[in-house]
Design a protein around this ligand. Structure first.
Ligand code: AMP
Length: 138
């Protein structure tokens, strides 16, 4: 399937659409999920134009997982939780709603929890969580 350059995460990466950012480097950007499954739900998005994990280069995958690891640590500290879930959906049949590769870091467990991409969160609340995560990233 061909990559859709106009998807929302491509626009965020190009700076055409805003986000509540917690981290950025040359390869990856991380920001708060606007319809979170839990307080502190963060998305890690490789900048490479790829729809699913299978489309991402090995270097892109390596860069992304390093940031996922950092964000897991920071989210646990920032949200004061003992555990976090990493979720990554590949393809709409798996529930992927944005056609650009990304990893979810969700404080706590998602088993039995609320589904993702349903309810918009308050932006000020998200900014508060982002500040805590940024502080925990050091
Ligand atoms: P997935 O279903 O795995 O593709 O997850 C996409 C995630 O992106 C969902 O959890 C949405 O809540 C989230 N999302 C969609 N649009 C935005 C946006 N503009 N900024 C931040 N998160 C978003």
């Amino acid at each position: 399937m061909s990559y859709d350059n106009e998807n929302i995460f491509a626009k965020i990466i190009r700076g055409e659409f805003g986000c509540i950012k917690v981290y950025e480097d040359d390869h990856v950007i991380a920001f708060m999920d606007i319809m979170p499954q839990a307080d502190g739900h963060t998305l890690i998005v490789p900048k490479e134009a790829a729809e699913t994990l299978s489309d991402l280069s090995d270097d892109g995958a390596a860069a992304a997982i390093k940031v996922v690891k950092k964000i897991v640590g920071a989210v646990k500290v920032a949200m004061d939780v003992p555990a976090a879930t990493v979720m990554q959906l590949n393809g709409s049949e798996a529930g992927q709603t944005v056609p650009h590769i990304h990893f979810h870091v969700i404080p706590g467990s998602i088993l039995g929890g609320k589904p993702h991409a349903r309810e918009m969160a308050d932006q000020e609340l998200l900014k508060g969580f982002a500040d805590k995560i940024i502080a925990a990233l050091g």
